[in-house]
Design a protein around this ligand. Structure first.
Ligand code: GLU
Length: 413
């Protein structure tokens, strides 16, 4: 028997791992467009803008100058210093370059932070709906994700009482994300302080704050970094990256800031760097120059994109709210809406299918109206009644996609 005929038994951890539904929808839209289909993609969670040219030029200059060799595992010291300066200045976080690890996207910063903190059996609080990779990452670490569902009527914000009820002696960390993917809503500074006080009462718990959408806000709510709060001093890992604010998704640049002293020596940042040293070493050497250029000089570009997202948010919210049977909180940050579409569950589509779930809704909408949305079930158990629409696309796509979706819903039987 040839070796190739022997079936390979994959590791249980990967068999049990769900695929990323956000990336799957994005890939499907790409395929359909390549086949010539006139599909409107509300799936992709990435800015449709190009990276501002000077950021690319900074990397090209570094490449030409020969910055193509290995560099320190936590990242170029100058870039880490610039990130620390940004976090001090803009976020009020007391940190230095030594507390920063630059990672392969914000996604890997999250995974490394969890790997650094979570032992098998530890519980991690995940307010849901939450981005599709949070729960799988906790599970890959052997942790138990404790989902705390946020009510749609409360703009998807959990309360301090809900958090207090979910914390146990086994809780090791809490994941926090404001502005939220997929909800498009934010917590107010007062709400964040109230949650922080609850966490502070449990001195074993670390708050992991994913702030990747901090620059895309437009609803009048101020962004507050939990890492700036005295109540949580030394207990917050702040995650961010270049992808969303600077339209740099494909560059894969994120970072973790972890000014956390640990008993027995060794800070969390050093633990994250130790893991990175065994996994990816560091990001692509010549891209550190792009971080420095973006964070030091490109605030105007960020503001231009923010204003465009603000205007699209209004367009998308008005169009979705006008669809029959849809409940949709008004977005205040990020570039998503996450409407409840369950009023249509059980109905028949124009193509003769039964919409019995968010997955069936999204699939039939794609097949019959050529509009791609992400089914809500991947964002947590309480997301099953929802679908996610990204408005990181042009006004014409928003108008046309929402027109198709409304007409398709109106034909449901
Ligand atoms: N964060 C984006 C999204 O939710 C990018 C895709 C991903 O990595 O999940 O669509």
């Amino acid at each position: 028997m040839k070796a190739t005929q022997i079936p390979i038994q994959l590791a249980r951890r990967v068999i049990e791992l769900p695929s990323s539904s956000t990336l799957a929808v994005t890939a499907r839209v790409r395929e359909l467009k390549a086949e010539g289909k006139n599909v409107i993609g509300f799936g992709a969670g990435e800015p449709d803008f190009d990276t501002p040219a000077p950021i690319g030029e900074a990397a090209i200059d570094a490449l030409r100058a020969g910055q193509t060799h290995y560099m320190p595992v936590p990242g170029d010291p100058q870039a880490r210093q610039v990130i620390a300066g940004k976090l001090q200045r803009e976020n009020g976080i007391d940190c230095t370059g030594d507390d920063i690890v630059i990672t392969v996207g914000g996604k890997h910063a999250m995974y490394l932070a969890l790997q650094a903190l979570v032992d098998p059996g530890d519980e991690v609080i995940v307010p849901t709906p939450a981005w599709v990779s949070y729960v799988p990452m906790v599970q890959l670490c052997g942790g138990a994700a404790v989902q705390v569902p946020a009510a749609v009527e409360n703009d998807f914000r959990i309360t301090a009482d809900q958090l207090a009820a979910a914390l146990t002696p086994r809780t090791k960390a809490m994941l926090f994300n404001s502005p939220s993917n997929p909800c498009g809503t934010m917590y107010s500074p007062e709400e964040i302080r109230a949650l922080a006080d609850v966490v502070a009462a449990h001195d074993r718990v670390v708050l992991i704050s994913d702030e990747i959408y901090e620059k895309i806000i437009y609803g009048g709510i101020e962004h507050l970094s939990p890492g700036s709060l005295d109540a949580l001093a030394g207990r917050v890992v702040t995650l961010n990256g270049m992808s969303k604010a600077f339209a740099m998704t494909g560059w894969r640049i994120g970072y973790a800031c972890a000014p956390i002293p640990e008993p027995g020596g060794g800070a969390v940042a050093r633990a994250i760097a130790k893991l990175q040293g065994q996994m990816t070493s560091h990001i692509t050497s010549f891209t550190y120059a792009a971080i420095i250029e973006a964070l030091s000089h490109r605030a105007d570009d960020v503001e231009t994109m923010r204003k465009t997202f603000a205007q699209r948010a209004e367009l998308m919210y008005n169009a979705v709210s006008a669809m029959p049977g849809i409940v949709c909180p008004r977005p205040t940050g990020a570039f998503y809406v996450f409407p409840d579409v369950s009023a249509h569950f059980g109905r028949r589509t124009p193509g003769g299918r039964t919409v019995d779930s968010c997955v069936a809704f999204a699939q039939a909408l794609l097949d019959e109206a050529l509009v791609a949305v992400v089914p809500g079930d991947g964002f947590g158990e309480c997301g099953r009644a929802h679908v996610r629409l990204s408005f990181a696309c042009g006004n014409e796509d928003i108008e046309e996609g929402c027109r198709r979706m409304r007409e398709w819903i109106e034909k449901l039987d």
